[in-house]
Design a protein around this ligand. Structure first.
Ligand SMILES: CC(C)(COP(=O)(O)OP(=O)(O)OC[C@H]1O[C@@H](n2cnc3c(N)ncnc32)[C@H](O)[C@@H]1OP(=O)(O)O)[C@@H](O)C(=O)NCCC(=O)NCCS
Length: 169
């Protein structure tokens, strides 16, 4: 995290949704992402979803939850940082909050997926310690799974091991 950046980290709230949904397509470089982020993530996953504010403005958010199927697993559905605030540690800080929340609820690993075209997301996840899980295809040396989220929607699958992480790291 940049030493000059004063970040307020708090849980997301259903009222944050209206502001965030306006930002999502812009923050994702014009990709149509809003359909993948319904309000329910801010309403029903508040304890494991976070907002980062800088100077009172939303600078980043993370929408995540604990798997209902496997309580060992935390899952991050969306993470986004204001393009003007990138590269200053906000993404890693948001993940840190989720890692702590997941670990304190007994999770062993955290998983996430991203599109193989999202090279920034792939580099970011690898840089903060995620490994790429096996797939059935490969792009630029990164394994991905074809049609993972439906026809024509491939995904790179990531996993982060919480066991070596100290709370608050
Ligand atoms: C991915 C994203 C959340 C990263 O946020 P960020 O605040 O810029 O990331 P950080 O500053 O915390 O970076 C953490 C590490 O990842 C690395 N990283 C971040 N972006 C990178 C990039 N484009 N290429 C290579 N490394 C990158 C940083 O260098 C840093 O590593 P370091 O600590 O060794 O220096 C941000 O780029 C974003 O919002 N992208 C659009 C939305 C998106 O694609 N979300 C992910 C899929 S849901």
């Amino acid at each position: 995290m940049s030493a000059d950046l004063a970040v307020d980290l708090r849980h997301a709230d259903t009222a944050d949704y209206d502001a965030i949904i306006e930002l999502v397509d812009v923050w994702w470089g014009g990709r149509q992402m809003t359909d993948m982020l319904p309000r329910l993530f801010f309403t029903h996953f508040r304890p494991t979803s976070f907002i980062a504010e800088v100077d009172g403005a939303i600078a980043g958010f993370l929408a995540g939850f604990i798997s209902q199927t496997d309580p060992d697993v935390g899952y991050v559905h969306f993470i986004g940082v204001d393009p003007t605030m990138r590269g200053r540690g906000l993404g890693e800080t948001l993940y840190g909050a989720f890692f702590d929340a997941a670990r304190s609820r007994g999770c062993r690993v955290v998983r996430a997926v991203t599109s193989p075209v999202n090279r920034t997301s792939i580099a970011f996840h690898q840089q903060i310690g995620f490994r790429v899980l096996p797939g059935n295809a490969e792009s630029e040396g990164v394994a991905y799974t074809t049609d993972y989220d439906g026809p024509g929607r491939p995904c790179v699958r990531f996993e982060y091991d919480l066991k070596n992480r100290k709370q608050g790291d």
